[in-house]
Design a binder for this molecule. Structure first.
Ligand SMILES: Nc1ncnc2c1ncn2[C@@H]1O[C@H](COP(=O)(O)OP(=O)(O)OP(=O)(O)O)[C@@H](O)[C@H]1O
Ligand SMILES: [Mg+2]
Length: 240
C-alpha cells in the first residue's frame, strides 16, 4: 500500500493573527498507517491536530485528504469526508448517557446509528452494557472509550487522537494503546499524539517529533526509538 491518505504540507497556523504556533509542519500519511506524534509540552501537537481538523485557521500550507484539498474546511465537513477527532480534554458530554454521546457522533448520518452502535460495542463491550449510564459518573478511562467510540460512529477513514492515554493508570494506558492498534487493524488510519512517547513509538508504524511548531524528526517507530538525538532530546536516557 502506498496511497497517501493525508498530507499536511508546511502548515503555518495559530490562534491569534500574527502569532504562529505551527511554523511549517509537514506530515505524509499512507492509507492504513498508525502514526505517532510526540514532542515536548507546548510544542504544538494539539494545535497541529486541531489545524488538520479545521479548528485552528491555517494561514499557509495545505492539507489534502486522498488528494483533495481540505485546508480550513469546517469540522462537520471533515467528519462527512471521513475524518474523526478525539480532543485531549472535554471530549464527552457529561450530562448525556453513553448511548446519547455515541448517537451525537453520528448525528449527520442518523440511519447508520443502530448498526454502528452494535459494531462499535463489540470493540468496547463495557459501553454496550452501560449504555444508559451518564458520562459524568464514568472514570477517566471509560470517558476516553466513549470519546473514541463516538468518533468511530461515522466510520472514519482517518482518526485523530490527542493523548488518549493521558491521566490513566499504567494498566488502562496499555489497554488504550492495544485498543488503538486494534482499531487501526480494522483499516482505520490513525494519527495519535502521545505524551507516553516510548510506548507510542513502539506501536506506531511511523512517528513524527514536533518541536517548536515544526516537524523536527520523522521515521519508523523503531528508527526514532533508537535515534541517539531523539533519545537524548525527547525520550530521556532510559531506553538508550
Ligand atoms: N486556545 C489557545 N489560544 C491561544 N494560544 C493557545 C491556545 N491553545 C494553545 N495555545 C498555545 O499554543 C502553543 C502550543 O500548544 P499545544 O496545546 O498545541 O501544545 P501541545 O504540544 O499539545 O502541548 P501538551 O503536550 O502540553 O498537550 C502553546 O504555547 C499554547 O500556549
Ligand atoms: Mg496537547
Amino acid at each position: 500500500m502506498s496511497d497517501v491518505v493525508l498530507h499536511a504540507d508546511h502548515l503555518i497556523a495559530g490562534y491569534i493573527p500574527g502569532i504562529n504556533i505551527l511554523n511549517g509542519c509537514t506530515m505524509e500519511v499512507q492509507d492504513g498507517e498508525l502514526i505517532g506524534i510526540i514532542g515536548p509540552n507546548g510544542a504544538g501537537k494539539s494545535t497541529f491536530l486541531k489545524a488538520l481538523f479545521g479548528l485552528v485557521p491555517v494561514t499557509e500550507g495545505t492539507v489534502t485528504l486522498a488528494g483533495e484539498d481540505i485546508t480550513n474546511l469546517r469540522a462537520d465537513q471533515l467528519v462527512r469526508r471521513g475524518v474523526g477527532f478525539v480532543p485531549q480534554t472535554n471530549n464527552v458530554f457529561p450530562s448525556l448517557t453513553i448511548l446519547e454521546n455515541m448517537e451525537m457522533g453520528a448525528f449527520q448520518a442518523p440511519k447508520k446509528i443502530n448498526e454502528q452502535f452494535d459494531r462499535i460495542v463489540e470493540i468496547f463491550p463495557v459501553l454496550g452494557e452501560r449504555r444508559n449510564q451518564r458520562c459524568a459518573s464514568l472514570s477517566g478511562g471509560e470517558r476516553q472509550m466513549v470519546a473514541m467510540a463516538r468518533a468511530l460512529m461515522m466510520d472514519p477513514k482517518v482518526l485523530l487522537l490527542d493523548e488518549p492515554s493521558a491521566g490513566l493508570s499504567p494498566m488502562r494506558q496499555d489497554e488504550t494503546f492495544l485498543r488503538t492498534r486494534a482499531i487501526n487493524k480494522t483499516g482505520v488510519t490513525v494519527i495519535m499524539v502521545e505524551q507516553n512517547a516510548r510506548r507510542c513509538l513502539q506501536i506506531a508504524d511511523r512517528g513524527y517529533v514536533l518541536d517548536q511548531g515544526t516537524t523536527a524528526y520523522s521515521g519508523t517507530g523503531q528508527e526514532l526509538l533508537h535515534d541517539p538525538k531523539v533519545i537524548e532530546l525527547y525520550l530521556g536516557t532510559l531506553g538508550a
